[in-house]
Design a protein around this ligand. Structure first.
Ligand code: SF4
Length: 168
């Protein structure tokens, strides 16, 4: 897969210490995007699932892994074996995407990766709705979704986990 970079112990992409993988490639060109270097699908560098998972397994303090970007779902097939290893290791998996949950439901290639992940932070970054008050999100249109519950219900279900919402 094409990778823009990674952070071994992020505290901004979900609760606890997280390994955040930034995937290379995005077609959205959101005005105000923080990572325009990730847009070119042929940029970044090539990394395999084994190589990335070895880095994750080396950190015993991780509470989860986050796929961000770029647009992770452009490489959904390549990410699937890595997602499966992460879940088998008992780690929470979150995916940040510029697609909405409703859009992803219409993309057959996205569904296997969605089935592995626990949390989906969905929707494009909208500069007009940007707020620094938002926990783990850049703009107010983005939602933090309980992915298993959403897939089961066939509609977007907001996550209620206080580690993510900061409420309760
Ligand atoms: S979806 Fe994310 S990476 Fe892509 S342009 Fe928008 S903010 Fe940037």
């Amino acid at each position: 897969m094409r990778v823009a970079g990674f952070v071994n112990d992020s505290i901004t992409d979900g609760p606890g210490f997280r390994f955040t993988l930034f995937l290379q490639g995005c077609r959205r060109a959101c005005p105000g995007c923080h990572n325009p270097d990730t847009w070119d699908p042929s940029g970044g560098s090539e990394m395999g699932a084994e190589e990335i998972f070895a880095k994750i397994a080396r950190n015993p303090l991780l509470s989860g892994v986050t796929f961000s970007g770029g647009e992770p779902f452009l490489q959904a097939e390549a990410l699937l074996p890595l997602a499966q290893k992460i879940k088998a290791a008992g780690l929470e998996l979150a995916v940040y995407t510029g697609y909405t949950f409703e859009e992803l439901q219409g993309l057959p290639e996205a569904l296997p990766l969605m089935a592995e992940a626990d949390v989906l932070v969905d929707g494009p970054f909208v500069a007009a709705q940007k707020s620094l008050e938002l926990r783990f999100r850049g703009s107010a249109n983005q939602r933090i979704l309980d992915l298993p519950a959403s897939l089961q219900a066939g509609r977007a279900v907001l996550l209620t986990d206080p580690r993510w919402t900061g409420e309760g």
